[in-house]
Write a protein that binds this ligand. Structure first.
Ligand SMILES: Cc1cc2nc3c(=O)[nH]c(=O)nc-3n(C[C@H](O)[C@H](O)[C@H](O)COP(=O)(O)OP(=O)(O)OC[C@H]3O[C@@H](n4cnc5c(N)ncnc54)[C@H](O)[C@@H]3O)c2cc1C
Length: 383
């Protein structure tokens, strides 16, 4: 025990559970799932049965209890056991599609969407991004017009994780006037007339995570699928984005740590010019630089996470944590690939997958530049 809430015996045990699960259930199959372009549904059920999907969710909504710190410990363990960022995106899509309902959902929504998702029986996606508006979420164009006891939804969503497999999509729609105050969160179920998966997208990385474009044409969605108040969706989205950005920051640090560990092992065993690579001072300094950037970003992310778990909303700091962790990870995966030489460029090498997958950390959940813009506004660094 160090007194560090991230390093309690329980959280170290959770990390171990995640690592063992990944070594057993994930790592041996990742190549196949990347070739298939998706993870099997059974994996969600296996992970739920092992008590992993519900970590950080209250028992009242079907979760395992614990908090966001427990969730980050689990993620660190999974990555240490060989899971990739793409795998986490596909297996834990509920971490972005459920928080709105866990916070303000009706008992009916908890029964129909939250509990089945935490049991691995239903896959939920988050549908926010649109092709034309990108990072400018208040400009969302997908509309939901009230018609009796239904909303009629028209529009399209782009780059949606698990979108091709989703049983429901927690969707940002415009129910009111222009701007952030006219937006709502509506759960749209697969099979609803007018809802189609128009395209499954090919990507640079996250190959085992399906990503789709979704189209809604006069799609009639029952009013009871509205989450929280009408036109109150943007605040709910901002709440969810806090945890998503912190989660991505922790994932980025975990991926970087995994790449460093793999690289240390590689440089110890790889002999060039008659000596192990790690015997060279230039290599040692580079490994230290990798470690230093990981430690700095992880320590900062953990300190912001502790404030978030305590009930604070450190928005600017969360943005900075995500930007810093994504940058640190980019540096580390690049150095890891370099120190692996040509082996690092080969599909059979784990760092190659992390190199591809980690590119999303600087884009998904809010790209670094708009996050810096927002941070500047909060901190008063504007004219
Ligand atoms: C693999 C993957 C999975 C995803 N999953 C989901 C999902 O499940 N659900 C979902 O809703 N979305 C998802 N997204 C979408 C993602 O969140 C968005 O792509 C992201 O928010 C950036 O939006 P954009 O691509 O439209 O970039 P744009 O807004 O077009 O930005 C393009 C570039 O310009 C920069 N930029 C933008 N505005 C400014 C500015 N004001 N000043 C300076 N630079 C600026 C950006 O940083 C970026 O580098 C996913 C994306 C990927 C790649």
């Amino acid at each position: 025990m160090t007194g560090d809430p991230f390093e309690t015996e329980e959280r170290q045990a959770l990390r171990d559970t995640g690592r063992r699960f990944a070594e057993r259930e994930i790592a041996p199959h990742l190549d196949d799932w990347e070739r298939d372009g998706l993870i099997p549904r059974e994996l969600s059920k296996t992970a739920a049965a092992a008590g992993l999907l519900g970590v950080g969710y209250p028992e009242a909504v079907g979760g395992e209890g614990g908090d966001f710190v427990d969730y980050t410990a689990l993620v660190e363990g999974l990555v240490a056991g060989g899971a990739s960022a793409g795998l986490l995106a596909g297996l834990f899509t509920h971490s972005v599609s459920l928080p709105h309902m866990v916070k303000l959902g009706t008992p009916d929504q908890i029964e129909r969407f939250v509990k089945p998702a935490l049991l691995g029986e239903k896959i939920g996606s988050l549908g926010v991004t649109e092709a034309d508006i990108g990072s400018d979420l208040p400009a969302t164009r997908t509309t939901a017009r009230r018609d009796g006891d239904h909303y009629v939804v028209n529009g399209a969503k782009m780059f949606i994780t698990s979108g091709a497999r989703a049983d429901f999509v927690t969707t940002l729609v415009r129910t009111g006037d222009a701007g952030a105050q006219g937006l709502s969160i509506l759960v749209i179920e697969a099979g609803t007339l007018g809802f189609t998966v128009s395209r499954k997208l090919d990507k640079m990385g996250w190959l085992c995570s399906d990503t789709a474009e979704l189209v809604f044409e006069d799609c009639r969605v029952p009013v009871e699928n509205l989450v929280g108040p009408e036109n109150g969706g943007f605040a709910l989205l901002m709440f969810q984005l806090m945890s998503e950005r912190l989660s991505l920051a922790h994932q980025a640090a975990a991926v970087a740590q995994r790449c460093l560990d793999l690289t240390v092992a590689h440089t110890k065993s790889r002999v060039t010019f008659g000596r192990p690579l790690i015997s060279r001072q230039a290599v040692q300094h580079r490994l230290v630089e990798m470690r230093q950037r990981i430690e700095l970003s992880r320590t900062y992310s953990r300190s912001i996470t502790a404030r978030f778990v305590a009930g604070e909303q450190p928005v600017a700091e969360t943005c900075m944590a995500k930007i810093a962790a994504a940058d640190a990870c980019s540096y580390v995966v690049d150095q890891a690939a370099q120190l692996h030489g040509s082996t690092g460029f080969m599909r059979e090498t784990e760092v190659e997958r992390h190199y591809r997958d980690s590119r999303v950390f600087r884009i998904g959940g809010g790209a670094s530049e708009p996050l810096a813009d927002w941070t500047a506004r909060i901190l008063g660094y504007t004219e």
